[in-house]
Write a protein that binds this ligand. Sequence first.
Ligand SMILES: Nc1ncnc2c1ncn2[C@@H]1O[C@H](COP(=O)(O)OP(=O)(O)O)[C@@H](O)[C@H]1O
Ligand SMILES: [Mg+2]
Length: 298
Amino acid sequence: MASVPQARAGRVAIGGGDTAPVVSLRGAALSYGERTVWHGLDLDVRPGEFLAVLGPNGSGKTSLVRALLGRQPLSAGTLTVLGRSPREAARHIGYVPQQATLSATAMLRARDLVRFGIDGHRFGPRPRSGAVRRRVDEILEAVGASAYADVPLGLLSGGERQRVRIGQALATDPRILLCDEPLLSLDLNHQRAVTELIDARRHSHGTAVVFVTHEINPVLDLVDRVLYLAPGGHRVGTPEEVLTSASLSQLYGTQVDVVRVHGRVVVVGAPDEPIAPAPPHHPTHEASAAHDRDGVRP
Ligand SMILES: Nc1ncnc2c1ncn2[C@@H]1O[C@H](COP(=O)(O)OP(=O)(O)O)[C@@H](O)[C@H]1O
Ligand SMILES: [Mg+2]
């Protein structure tokens, strides 16, 4: 089908193959007991690349993130991160987790969380060098969180907290940034702010971004390639290659229509998670394509 190339203002030119991949998967499979979540995955992620990981609930997006972090072993194939095992590379990865549980951190301040990013979770007496303090201030400034640096996280809005989490991830000076649904529960303005922060980092430092998202549209202009995970298989390619009716129909094994409306991608007919109302925190004006289907409402 004819697909209109999107404007790619933020796109980073990836060189002619002379840059070593920061993530390399070959014949990779991941299973929990008998259940194989994905298999036969071959993927190289280059420095500075923005890879969006898409797919319905349960398709193994978070499992992929856990594998990249060295927290979940593959059941087949190989995975190297920065040329090493994922565990050895873990300190070079910045991680913005899906729905971080707040209970443990509600009393901490933004400043504390960012400092943990720099010096790790050390709860004992710790040196508070001026250099560390200055670096924390710089990061808080960079993510626009200076104004609430000393407010307990439990009192911040979802968007404010997400800025702080990105600050924490950037504080490790990562070569790879893994973000698991970082836009969930954010309104449009905060979605834009968060994606701009992440995009700025890859431009300034060549940090590769692996960005798990249920909703491609907020990042469509930034994305170099998409990894689409589906129950029937997966596909890697540019958004124009992957987000087509033909490709998604094949992945889902049923007729799926991809239409582009005012530069947005809308997927119609993709069987997703069990039919249920969209989560209440999901911004309805950016409703996931997966929710754009009939029969959701009683
Ligand atoms: N620790 C685990 N043990 C067993 N099954 C798991 C575990 N973690 C995830 N799963 C299952 O693996 C599948 C993929 O989960 P997940 O990677 O969280 O998907 P996604 O992030 O795409 O929603 C789901 O069916 C989930 O129930
Ligand atoms: Mg997930």
